[in-house]
Design a protein around this ligand. Structure first.
Ligand SMILES: *Cc1c(COP(=O)(O)O)cnc(C)c1O
Length: 478
């Protein structure tokens, strides 16, 4: 193996015990959960890779900040501390705290979008897509074609296809496009970074057409790290300078602070121009949906921890360890010939479930098959990022076919060790060995109309012999 594990730039002060259920218990738990990992209890998961959102470990400084949190309803000192941090890092005129990323979307999108409008993104994240659709508007993804080939190694596979963007605007009419959203890193494409050049080019197109340009900024620090490492001309720039340049091209940003800002709850909405007429409308929506605009649905202690986490998340040593951990897992999968979205992105490994189960069609959800197998194999909770997550067409109700069938191993920040990462690799290796014996996928027996993957019920489809596959476990027996 070519890659070394980059050691943690911290040591552990508080521990949280883990419990490994037996194979029989796990089998029963996942069946009782209707084969939907969102119905599993956290304590029934040995390693929980469902998401890297809100699952990071806070630092001693952040916990100290929790004690210092000012709970004043209006104008808390913790709010001003957060404002200063936000203005310093992003160089934006207005910073609005909200309780999480989707709250920023809920506050902003109805101001810019509505029935008959379109929003264009490199790729929409699922809640972002949902909030566009809830306004009555429709979503269009314009990611570069290489993003759709998981085995193709190229830098910045999260980029927008600028030619396709221009063509789409010309076809639909610029007046019908309410918003361009640049997702950094591109979560749904595998945490793939977007280059500075691409952000700049998209900003030019947005400006030329008079379309507002929003950054969906959940993993902006990881994106900046990739720019620093891989984009010519940025090697000697600081992460903060790179972030300021990235955000200088946009008009506003929506951010889930539960990712790169390393808090368990929080979000931000930023507007570059302190005099923008948007700000009054944002404040009005925020007061209705989230709370008074100086707390935005967060406790003072949350605001304080977020102000500190914003700085910890842009530290170079931390980012090198963070991305290095994900790269270590990817290198172990390379050795085992297990396909994933390459090169590996920022926040996890997106295993190519279609390559693992080439015989299982998209409408039997190969990404979900692998997610269930990982739970059964080693108590590892992951999730599908594929046709199961994508859901049905909002107008026709037909199952959509996703560009990828991934199972996402999202790595929480500062939580798991090298030994845990090794267990993840070994579980995947064991499943690959028996993948050919898993003949069929799942069918949905019940689903809600929107964001169905969180709540749907599934059942395994029996194979030709009428038997549902049952396997042996190895990793879990340890
Ligand atoms: C997590 C995420 C969101 C939504 O944020 P929440 O804090 O989960 O509401 C939006 N966009 C992207 C790219 C995300 O990763």
């Amino acid at each position: 193996m070519a890659i070394k594990y980059f050691p943690e730039p911290f040591r552990i002060k508080a521990v949280e015990p883990l419990r490994m259920l037996t194979a029989e218990e796990r089998e029963a738990k996942i069946a009782a959960a209707h084969y939907n990992v969102f119905y599993l209890s956290g304590e029934d998961c040995y390693i929980d890779l469902l998401t890297d959102s809100g699952t990071g470990a806070m630092s001693q400084e952040q916990w100290a900040g929790v004690m210092r949190g000012d709970e004043a309803y209006a104008g808390a000192s913790s709010y001003y501390k957060l404002l200063e941090a936000g203005k310093d890092i992003f160089n934006y005129g207005y910073i609005q705290p909200v309780h999480q990323g989707r709250a920023a979307e809920k506050v902003l999108f109805p101001i810019l979008l509505g029935k008959g409008k379109f929003a264009i993104s490199n790729m929409f994240f699922d809640t972002t897509r949902a909030h566009v659709e809830l306004t009555g508007a429709r979503c269009i993804d314009c990611v570069v074609a290489v993003a759709k080939d998981p085995s193709h190694r190229a830098p910045f596979k999260g980029n927008m296809d600028v030619e396709k963007l221009k063509k789409t605007i010309a076809e639909l009419g610029a007046e019908n496009i309410g918003l361009i959203v640049m997702t950094i890193t591109n979560n749904s494409a595998g945490g793939q970074p977007v280059s500075m050049q691409n952000i700049r080019e998209v900003a030019e197109v947005a400006k030329a057409n008079g379309i507002p340009f929003n950054i969906d900024a959940a993993r902006y620090a990881e994106n900046a790290y990739f720019v620093q490492r891989d984009e010519p001309g940025y090697q000697n720039k600081s992460i903060k300078d790179i972030i300021r340049e990235m955000f200088s091209y946009a008009d506003m940003f929506t951010m889930s602070a539960k990712k790169d800002a390393i808090v368990n709850m929080g979000g931000l909405l930023g507007v570059k121009d302190a005099n923008s007429p948007l700000i009054l409308k944002i404040k009005a929506n925020c007061i209705s949906y989230e709370g008074f605009f100086t707390y935005g649905g967060l406790s003072g202690r949350d605001l304080e921890a977020l102000a500190i986490g914003l700085y910890e998340g842009i530290d170079n040593d931390y980012l090198r360890y963070r991305i290095g951990q994900v790269e270590y897992l990817a290198a172990r999968l390379d050795d085992a010939g297990i396909g994933y979205q390459t090169p590996v992105g920022g926040h996890g490994v997106f295993v190519d479930a279609r390559a693992m189960f080439p015989h299982i069609p998209y409408n039997e959800y190969p990404g979900q098959v692998l997610a269930v197998e990982l739970y059964k194999e080693a108590g590892i909770r992951t999730c599908d990022i594929g046709s199961y997550m994508l859901g049905n067409h909002p107008d026709t109700g037909e199952q959509l076919k996703a560009d990828f069938e991934f199972t996402r191993l999202a790595i929480p920040r500062r939580v798991y060790t090298q030994a845990h990462i090794d267990i993840m690799a070994e579980a995947l290796i064991e499943i690959k060995k028996r993948a050919h014996t898993i003949k069929r996928g799942y069918r949905i027996t019940w689903e809600p109309p929107i964001l169905r993957h969180f709540q749907a019920h599934l059942e395994p489809i029996a194979n030709e012999a009428g038997k549902v596959f049952k396997e042996e476990y190895t990793v879990a027996a340890q």
